[in-house]
Design a protein around this ligand. Sequence first.
Ligand code: HEM
Length: 184
Amino acid sequence: MSLEPQEFMSKMVSRIGFTDDDRQVLQSTAGWGLEIAPAMADYFYEYLGRDAEMSAILNESEGRIHRLHETFVAWFHEMFTGMDNWGDAYAERRWRIGLIHVRIGIGPQHVVPAMAVVVHEAGKRAQIDDKNEQLREALAKICMVDLAFIEQAYIEVSSAAVLKETGWSEGLFRRLVKTGAGSM
Ligand code: HEM
């Protein structure tokens, strides 16, 4: 049950329909992406901070929120540049971001609404700045690719932990999950 980031990335790109045109439109507006990134970070952490649970995580250690502002700006900009044209480096980076969130204990219930906020707010800013519809669509798609990494990390890490602790086979584990879901 170990995820191969490049393979997962290709699968998501294909499922989400992230095209060469989407890549091009993002790369050609990377400057704008960087320009709005600090304000997007402010908006994002202000949103997360309104939730008591997430606020506690964000302010758990000294300097964390400051560091997060910087990493958010870099993350947001990377969605436009694609780092290595959305290749191996991009996939590895997204996988690492997923693992970091699992380690901190941030689950799908936190990440899904947070990404929705990014998509919605970035779309609004694109509209205000007279960017075309294709940019909004491309951005929404790459956000979904990134979201899939964080979500998948959660399930990969928890499944791997159960397998390691119990010595169960993957087949047995899947059967137990199915049975469990059936009895709920
Ligand atoms: C759209 C969803 C999210 C994105 C794109 C995102 C992005 C990131 C990035 C890029 C990092 C830095 C990873 C690194 O150090 O390499 C990070 C770390 C972190 N994120 Fe998120 N994040 C998201 C959701 C959340 C949520 C919902 C929380 C909940 C409070 C959260 C809390 C944190 C914390 C605590 C860290 C570690 C900070 C540290 O270095 O101490 N993130 N995130």
